[in-house]
Design a protein around this ligand. Structure first.
Ligand code: GLN
Ligand code: ZN
Length: 767
């Protein structure tokens, strides 16, 4: 039995990857310096994994930006707008694919399965020739070998690669593409065999999805072509159980299959029954996506079953999935509460757990191993009985949730009439999504305050000045519902997590989100409780500055849940309800403080959808319930907004309607500014300013988009707003862009809103 790792975080202990790439982008470093830093980083990663005691290390799991992009580059699948003859790409060309170039839009970026990692979507064009255009896996294998590490190169499997891409109009069908792609993988395998690789890992996470029969056939087609070759192929599926694809996977001519036994421990028995004799099994026994110390006893039980049936020779022990989604090393979290850190395992610690499991299962039940297992058990048990994990008052409150608490007093049409009186707004009301630019001085002030270099009072005075300036600006350009700007928030999840009981932020628990960009998810470890108001003071201050309505803005329960590392001992629904109750209290406070408009952001609502269709209805039921529990406690006169982004929502409209919000603002840039018409149950604010682009749209562009939106829905239910928050923009872009947006709004009102302006038609006609 050997221990193997499927993939390791790329960014480095001190986010070296981020800084190297950014130095290269800014021109401070040349390509050689970038590659030198990357090589150092790779060596450090192998050393660390070897230090943990892992026998089979991954190689080619590193990437300068994204492994799907690397696969496209390696197989020659480069869109023609980026191609320059057959010349190999240099680093600048490579990054141009990810970030765009003057003449060429970048590849689309989207979420990697149900994780928070983003990949670049390959494009398959008509007539595109696949060829082995790069040898990164071979180079990195040899690099490891010469440093003394025997590795298993990791490749994104051909079928997942094809299924994750998009075919441009006129491109061949998937089957034809697979037929032409397989030989390229075949050549690569031959090169890896020649270099001395005895295993390769083929990542095929699409095996965890609902597959149509044509898609299953792709697997048979592609893998049959690769069958006879060395090195041995370990087929890795993860993030979900194989379920109805188990037979398919076991029937492929590969040397081994990796099973994610954390997502689906129940698949071990059927897998043992289905795998052909001699096939290796990689057991994903340690959770590669969450930060909790493993239940080693349970893992050992599963492992012993596999041992009994398969014998040791055919078994490998691995994390459930690549460790890409975990922070690197718990030993760096010096500031974390000691007891809490005893409950956790980051990437390095996950590997130590695997090694311990392998030793424990290896038979020699030494005193030392028994002691370490006992210690692990003690720490897990300590977590189960810690007082923060179970607060009776909170449990009782969740148990006491009544359906009526999820219903507004009146249905939308009645609320709409009451709100029209309570919150006087013009036709086509205009607002923003919440955040304004996080400037360098603002970040510096926050860092100084956190480090204790400036006082709380000074920092708050600074924030008040920023808020006041933002309010004056919004008044000056004529926005109707104002925001305070979210200057006090480092991050929309972290800010709330730092102020709710049950959450613990980490100091350096960075996880790659895309390319060099990292996020630092907080740890939701215990029962969630709001001890004191969170966003209230700033919202109230902003409202005190203006007669126009200010929108109080909160991060919703599903987003708080989704973008944290969440406890694994309670159903997600129950955690969501705890979060919802905390937010419900905050919303009540905002309402009592005189805020008439409250927005609850749920950018992560859609990405929480389970990978398999069959699991979705259950998720949506509790997700919608949690949102409504948070928001439905307000008076009819209070207007509830929600904001949702990061996904194409065209197939999601019934869910949005079920939220029963009064106004829903959504991102439309990603769906090509297509304004789907939602139902009649709410007003709708399709984003007309792409807040992810530095471009300043002209008035005419805004006008055109407003016109387009007015085709999809009536003026009475249309709001005007940007796509998303503006925190990553600069004021130099935001000021002219919003000014243009407001000019366009005024023109549109003049044309469309006679009735709403209460100008009698005859007067208006003569005017
Ligand atoms: N209110 C948040 C902001 O404006 C929303 C961010 C988001 O949707 N991702 O930044
Ligand atoms: Zn958004």
């Amino acid at each position: 039995m050997i221990t193997a790792n499927l993939g390791f975080p790329r960014i480095g202990l001190q986010r070296e990857l981020k800084f190297a790439v950014e130095r290269f982008w800014s021109g401070k470093w040349n390509e050689r310096q970038l590659h030198d830093a990357a090589r150092e980083l790779r060596l450090a990663r192998w050393r660390l994994q070897a230090e943990a005691g892992i026998q089979l290390l991954p190689s080619n799991d590193f990437s300068l930006f994204d492994h799907v992009l690397d696969t496209a580059v390696m197989t020659g699948a480069i869109p023609s707008r980026f191609r320059r003859g057959d010349q190999p790409l240099n680093a600048a060309d490579y990054f141009a694919l990810a970030r765009g170039a003057l003449h060429a839009a970048p590849l689309q970026m989207t979420k990697w399965f149900d994780t928070n990692y983003h990949y670049l979507v390959p494009e398959f064009e008509p007539g595109m020739e696949f060829r082995l255009a790069g040898d990164k896996p071979v180079r990195e294998f040899l690099e490891a070998k010469s440093a003394g590490f025997q590795t298993r190169p990791v490749l994104l499997g051909p079928v997942s690669f094809l299924l994750l891409g998009q075919r441009r109009p006129g491109a061949e069908n998937l089957r034809a593409l697979a037929e032409r792609l397989s030989p390229v993988y075949g050549q690569l395998l031959a090169r890896l065999a020649a270099a001395g690789a005895d295993w390769v890992q083929f990542d095929e996470p699409c095996l965890g999805l609902d597959l149509e029969s044509a898609q299953r056939e792709l697997y048979e087609l592609a893998y049959t072509r690769l069958a006879a070759r060395a090195p041995k192929i370990m087929l890795a599926a993860y993030y979900a159980g194989l379920r109805d694809n188990l037979r398919l996977a076991c029937g492929l001519p590969v040397a081994g299959i990796h099973l994610d036994l954390v997502s689906d421990p129940g698949q071990l028995q059927p897998a043992i029954r289905s795998v052909p004799a001699g096939m290796h099994l990689s057991l994903g026994l340690v959770d590669g996506r969450n930060v909790w110390r493993a239940d080693l006893d349970r893992a050992l039980d599963l492992l012993r079953v596999a041992q009994w049936y398969c014998g040791d020779e055919r078994l490998q022990l691995a994390p459930s999935c690549p460790l890409l989604h975990l922070p690197l090393d718990l030993r760096r979290e010096a500031a974390l509460d000691l007891r809490l850190s005893g409950w956790l395992a980051f990437a390095f610690q996950k590997l130590e757990e695997l090694v311990l499991l392998a030793r424990a299962a290896g038979g020699k039940n030494s005193f030392e191993i028994a002691g370490r297992l006992a210690e692990a058990r003690r720490l897990r048990n300590q977590r189960q009985i810690a007082p923060e994990m179970r607060k009776n008052s909170i449990r009782a409150r969740v148990a006491g949730i009544r359906p009526a608490m999820r219903r507004r007093a009146s249905p939308y049409p009645a609320r709409r009439a009451l709100q029209a009186k309570a919150i006087p707004l013009p036709c086509l009301p205009a607002t923003t999504i919440g955040s304004f630019p996080q400037t360098r001085p603002l970040r510096a002030a926050r860092a100084a305050w956190r480090a204790g270099r400036i006082s709380q009072a000074k920092y708050e005075a600074f924030l008040r000045r920023e808020i006041e300036r933002a309010i004056r600006f919004q008044e000056a350009i004529g926005l109707d519902v104002l925001v305070h700007g979210e200057f006090e928030r480092n991050d929309m999840v972290e800010y709330f997590a730092e102020r709710l009981e049950g959450f613990a932020p980490t100091a350096s628990g960075w996880v790659q989100s895309f390319g060099p960009c990292c996020v630092k998810p907080p740890i939701l470890f215990g029962d969630v409780e709001r001890r004191r108001p969170i966003a209230l003071a700033w919202a109230r201050f902003a409202q005190s500055l203006t007669a126009k309505p200010v929108k109080g803005i909160l991060t919703g329960p599903l987003t708080l849940l989704r973008w944290s590392f969440v406890r694994d001992d309670l159903p997600a629904a129950e955690i969501a309800f705890q979060l919802a109750l905390a937010l419900r209290d905050e919303i009540a406070d905002l309402e009592s403080a005189g805020l008439r408009v409250i927005q609850v952001d749920e950018p992560a609502l859609r990405e929480g959808l389970p990978l398999r269709q069959a699991d979705r209805a259950a998720y949506l039921t509790w997700a919608v319930a949690a949102f409504r529990l948070a928001t439905a406690g307000v008076r009819d006169q209070t207007q509830i907004h929600t904001h949702i982004c990061y996904s194409d929502l065209r197939d999601f409209l019934p869910v949005l309607a079920a939220l029963d919000a009064d106004v829903i603002s959504v991102e439309t840039a990603r769906s090509g500014m297509q304004f789907a018409a939602p139902g009649k149950q709410s007003a709708w604010g399709p984003g007309i300013y792409d807040s992810h682009s530095p471009r300043v749209p002209a008035v005419a562009q805004f006008r055109a988009l407003i016109r387009q939106a007015l085709h999809a829905l009536p003026a009475e239910r249309l709001w005007i707003n940007p796509d998303c928050g503006l925190k990553t923009r600069r004021w130099q872009e935001v000021r002219p862009a919003l000014r243009n947006m407001m000019r366009a709004v005024r023109q549109a009102r003049a044309e469309r809103c006679r009735a709403a302006l209460r100008i009698p038609a005859n007067l208006a006609a003569s005017a």
